[in-house]
Design a protein. Structure first.
Length: 539
């Protein structure tokens, strides 16, 4: 492997405790095991990027020794997390094994990926859960140092910012159980690590792939993935597992195994939890709603609520006005209340001409908005409204969109996202009624054309296109008025190069219907970067 080509490594090596593998001896001498461990850890160090992270899952027997070995090789230790699980391994002459050590290392302690603001790995604080207090940090808190015997004895001690994490071990009756492998990690545990220590489109490596959970979660979360596995049987099963999932699929298992919370908030709850993200949605009194209406009137300049969400400067003024009125909560909550009031017909009607930007006018950048929308859908577990209502998420959305089509305003990127969502039903309907035959494998796709050597004269037409890697992994299915210009932009983009874009397939079509064809091809190819909005509704 090329040096510095990987962003995150998760390794769950044999523990050297005599477990029965089909092609590996798990009972070596201590010297042999430690020597072998130093070799592969050195390989991990070499392949990691300067800002990369290395997570190591290991048992009691060699946790301290491998921590020292990794540090001697050059890694800096960042965290020592305990994964506590039920269904512990019973021991005849000792205490049952009910935990695994998760060691977090980085190459450069001054510069490494640690996504503390990702709402998918943050949890509500006790102030939010117990007291329903609007003064709580709406982002929640990170997953402190707490030793307890059972999660039900101290439910708040098992949170993502603590160094003891509670996830149920994968029992034989669990849906996510892969029967061919006896030592399987929970998807939610891997999801927390991958989200916090890498970014969408980063490369995740598992040198001991086993059941394929790391690779499966990486794929679901929109990462590139590389796995190694000695067993041919395991490798076949991993490939079958990967073939059955797509980017954006939900992670198996409960995101929060500790569903119960104290009942102290009964009768005064101000917050409820939505499914699909960790940000509590506000449930407020009439006085607060009225103040939000007044704040909207004061700053909207006659624009619609959608316009106020997409205009970063105008939305900042709205948040300042809400704060001036001493409203509880934060910008995310105030924006969500505004949308709720708009839906109820309680906001003042816009006295401005509606912003009407056609898709032809957005052609040069709307695809970038879709890619940014998808990245935050998958990694942050947010809806389009959630993205635009959260100032932090909206800023990240703008940044990602600008990576793929630079030079446009945040308003243009955000407005295009809303337009794609509004048109999604029509796209799916056109796709199913006019292009349903493209779902059949017998309907042959056009040949893949090398991206660097493509004849651009053949692509100077409207239609749908498919961007692929050299191994035919589908990165994105798009539609454009001039596919040649889209390909030229991609060739110059560092973001596409990092994704190893290698070839393009082109299907000529009319500008009016290309988005319908795009929807069908999205369903057929399950690409990495297309929004879930484009999948036909029955999928």
């Amino acid at each position: 492997m090329d040096k510095g080509s990987v962003d995150l490594v998760f390794a769950d090596p044999p523990f050297n405790i005599g477990y029965s593998y089909d092609v590996y001896d798990d009972k070596r001498t201590e010297d042999e095991y430690l020597s072998w461990s130093r070799q592969w850890i050195r390989g991990v160090y070499d392949c990691l990027s300067p800002s990369g992270s290395f997570w190591l899952a290991i048992g009691d027997e060699y946790a301290a020794e491998l921590k020292i070995a990794a540090q001697e090789i050059g890694f800096a230790s960042r965290s020592w997390v305990i994964w506590y699980y039920t269904f512990g391994v019973n021991c005849v002459r000792g205490f049952s094994r009910s935990h695994t050590h998760l060691l977090h290392f980085v190459k450069d302690p001054g510069s490494f990926t640690f996504n503390v603001n990702n709402p998918a790995i943050r949890v509500p604080s006790a102030r939010q859960l117990v007291y329903a207090d609007a003064r709580a940090n709406p982002k929640g808190r990170l997953p402190d140092n707490t030793w307890v015997f059972r999660p039900q004895d101290a439910p708040y001690a098992f949170a993502p910012n603590h160094d003891i994490w509670y996830f149920a071990r994968i029992a034989g009756t669990f849906h996510e159980r892969q029967g061919f492998h006896g030592c399987q990690m929970p998807e939610q545990l891997l999801g927390r690590i991958i989200r916090i220590s890498s970014n969408p489109r980063d490369v995740v490596l598992d040198p001991f792939s086993g059941s394929g959970t790391t690779l499966s979660v990486a794929k679901k979360l929109g990462r590139q993935w590389i796995g190694f596995e000695l067993s041919e049987e395991y490798a076949r099963n991993i490939q079958s597992r990967l073939d059955g999932i797509r980017v954006g699929d939900e992670l198996s298992g409960p995101a929060d195994p500790l569903k119960s919370a104290p009942s102290l908030a009964e009768g005064k709850s101000k917050f409820t939890h939505s499914s699909g993200n960790n940000i509590p949605l506000p449930k407020v009194d009439a006085e607060t709603e009225l103040e939000v209406i007044y704040a909207f009137e004061a700053v909207s300049e006659g624009h619609s609520a959608d316009h106020l969400l997409c205009d970063a400067e105008l939305n900042a003024e709205f948040r300042i006005e809400c704060k001036r009125r001493r409203l509880p909560g934060s910008g995310f909550f105030w924006n969500r209340i505004m949308l709720r009031l708009r839906k109820a017909g309680r906001l003042p009607k816009s006295n401005r001409n509606a912003t009407r930007t056609t898709f032809a006018e957005m052609d040069a950048y709307s695809f970038a908005s879709e890619i940014a929308m998808r990245q935050l859908e998958v990694d942050y577990n947010l809806t389009t409204d959630d993205i635009l209502c959260s100032p932090d998420a909206a800023e990240e959305f703008d940044r990602v969109a600008a990576e793929f089509s630079p030079g446009y305003s945040s308003f243009e990127y955000r407005w295009a996202a809303l337009a794609i969502r509004k048109r999604a039903n029509q796209s799916r309907k056109i796709g199913l009624t006019k292009f349903g035959e493209w779902l059949e494998e017998t309907k042959k796709l056009p040949n893949a054309l090398p991206i660097e050597k493509v004849d651009h004269k053949c692509l100077e037409k409207p239609g749908a296109y498919i961007f692929e890697t050299a191994d035919q992994q589908t990165l994105y299915v798009g539609e454009a008025l001039n596919v040649s210009s889209r390909v030229k932009l991609a060739v110059e983009s560092e973001s596409w190069k990092r994704l190893r874009l290698s070839s393009v397939r082109f299907v000529e079509n009319t500008p009016q219907d290309s988005h319908g064809l795009q929807s069908i091809l999205v369903r057929r190819r399950s690409p990495m970067l297309n929004s879930g909005l484009l999948y036909p509704s029955e999928v």
